[in-house]
Design a protein around this ligand. Structure first.
Ligand code: DAT
Ligand code: MG
Length: 156
């Protein structure tokens, strides 16, 4: 298992509700590294590229309206098994079903207003990071505590 980098979005509800710090802190506390981060508007074109797999579903138009309504925070989050670790931290898709202790479980009671997006596979992560980040926007750097967060065994 190599170190992975995954795309995490704090959706417009998270920014509007002022809980970005709480959400970012959960990834940091888990031992994940922030490799890229920016506040940005999602254009309809960007939304379609990102959520293309859901086109045609009954909730698609509402999803695009929601994600384009107000700024989001886009993050590239890096760490061992980052894709699955971040999905676990997020919790189930619908806030009303998500376990307490997860981001969605603690902050959301809604289907669509579920605060965060996280890539669902290593392949999706590569594709989605390419949508939200350009050349030079995802950084390689060492954190001083990495050696106390995971070791060789975790990378095997
Ligand atoms: P996830 O965000 O957990 O990867 P997904 O990829 O299946 O979930 O769906 C993308 C988003 O679309 C999800 O975060 C919330 C919304 N959504 C999915 N299914 C929905 C539904 N049945 N009704 C309303 N919104 C839905
Ligand atoms: Mg998804």
């Amino acid at each position: 298992m190599a170190i992975e980098t995954t795309l995490i979005l704090i959706k417009p509800d998270g920014v509007q509700r002022g809980v970005c710090g709480d959400i970012i802190g959960r990834f940091e506390r888990k031992g994940m590294q922030i490799a890229g981060m920016k506040l940005m508007h999602v254009t309809p074109e960007l939304a379609e590229r990102h959520y293309g797999e859901h086109k045609g579903r009954p909730f698609y138009d509402g999803l695009v309206k929601f994600i384009t309504a107000s700024p989001i925070v886009a993050m590239a989050i890096r760490g061992p098994r980052a894709v699955s670790v971040c999905r676990t931290l997020m919790g189930k898709t619908f806030g009303h079903e998500a376990e307490p202790g997860t981001i969605r479980g603690d902050f959301s009671c809604s289907k669509g207003f579920n605060l965060v997006h996280g890539s669902d596979s290593a392949e999706s992560a590569v594709r989605e990071l390419g949508i939200f980040f350009g050349d030079g926007e995802i950084l390689d750097y060492e954190t001083c505590n990495a050696g106390w967060v995971y070791n060789e065994e975790d990378l095997g």
